[in-house]
Design a protein around this ligand. Sequence first.
Ligand SMILES: C[C@H]1O[C@@H](n2cnc3c(N)ncnc32)[C@H](O)[C@@H]1O
Ligand SMILES: [Zn+2]
Length: 435
Amino acid sequence: MTDNTILIKDTLILNPSDFKEIKGSLLIKNDKIAEIDTDIDESNVDKVIDGKGKILLPGFVNTHTHLSMTLFRGLADDLSLDSWLNDNIWPMEANLTSEYCYIGALLGAIELIKSGTTTFSDMYFYMEDVAKAVEESGIRAVLSYGMIDFGDDEKREHEIKENIALFEKCNGMADGRIKVFFGPHSPYTASKDLLEDVRWLANEYNTGIHIHVSETQKEINDSLEAHDLRPFEYLDSIGFLGPDVVAAHSVWLSHNEIEIIKRNNVKISHNPCSNMKLASGIAPIQDLITNDICVGIGTDGASSNNNLDLIEELRTASLLQKVNLLNPKALTSNEALAMGTIRGAEVLGLEQEIGSIEVGKKADLILIDTNNANMVPDSSATSSNIIYSANGYNVDTTICNGKILMENKKLTTLDEEEIYKKARKAIEELKEARK
Ligand SMILES: C[C@H]1O[C@@H](n2cnc3c(N)ncnc32)[C@H](O)[C@@H]1O
Ligand SMILES: [Zn+2]
């Protein structure tokens, strides 16, 4: 088999692992970055992309979402998590089918690719259909099945079977672009037995755990009432925590819980837009980073955000820490950019493969076009121009696993119009079914 090569020529390469900027070119060979240099010979290259006026970055890593929920965008706004979930989302989810979840995931994949995300970590239902959407769209994903048992033994067995089946069918699928985690929804929807089973399974299958923890004050109060412990204290007390646990939200944390997170090397997924929109609270991200805790960024589902634009999420994360601490130096643009790339890769245990621009890593790369009104002049630091000025629509080219998924804003793997049509029809049918 001959090598497939792509040369990205004459661009500005910004590597978030050290923030060094290189004016030069990058060669992709098959699925990997093969060479980075000021000048690379283009004579035997299959395809040349002109990178002039563009910034080359690693693809963004969205560490927490529910991709099929893109169908529910704008469905239930201006509500607290409790009434959003209980009175609106869960009743709608009762009518989901594999086809709806597939369409929702494809719709989400379009948005991710267009805004420069090449890896997402998902927790939802009908995950084999999400895997199909991942395979077809060319993106990279960590998938987990959202396990909820509310203390019911039969349900627990069913949920465990589902997540194991997903692991056995999809882990390593799509040329290795898909990894499978276990996804107990939260300490308030998953019983102690389920959480203990998941801990054992994650060790046995040597994979990670994706869970919502400490999102709202109500969750803290309910946990204190049920266990006399705060959520992370409870999870620690049952031996659930470890370096393979990704805790989404982690908004309300005591000093003791920050110590617990640090001691167990738990990874955090920060979701500021969802936390703001549901009025859940402000996560102490600067504090966690100062404590050397690994924090990645996530959008949560498009139904509580309401979009999947990671640049917008990073900007929000940065501004929110600054205003909350009344400290303009909090969460700098460099820290935010790292959070969206290399830290996100670490959160998912994928830092050997993705998250930075190094020879030998997977070619998950994006080009941001600076020739747009909101990015001119580019006199500031490059990370400032990306985090404080840009948005997802400045992304021009998206490459995942060495394959071009979007070039000059044109998608190569998905039929946008067809998917929009099917998504609009799906949500109409779902709304009708709820009546
Ligand atoms: C996997 C399950 O998680 C739910 N879900 C989506 N967003 C959130 C959130 N912010 N907090 C808790 N649960 C959430 C989905 O609606 C689904 O029921
Ligand atoms: Zn969530």
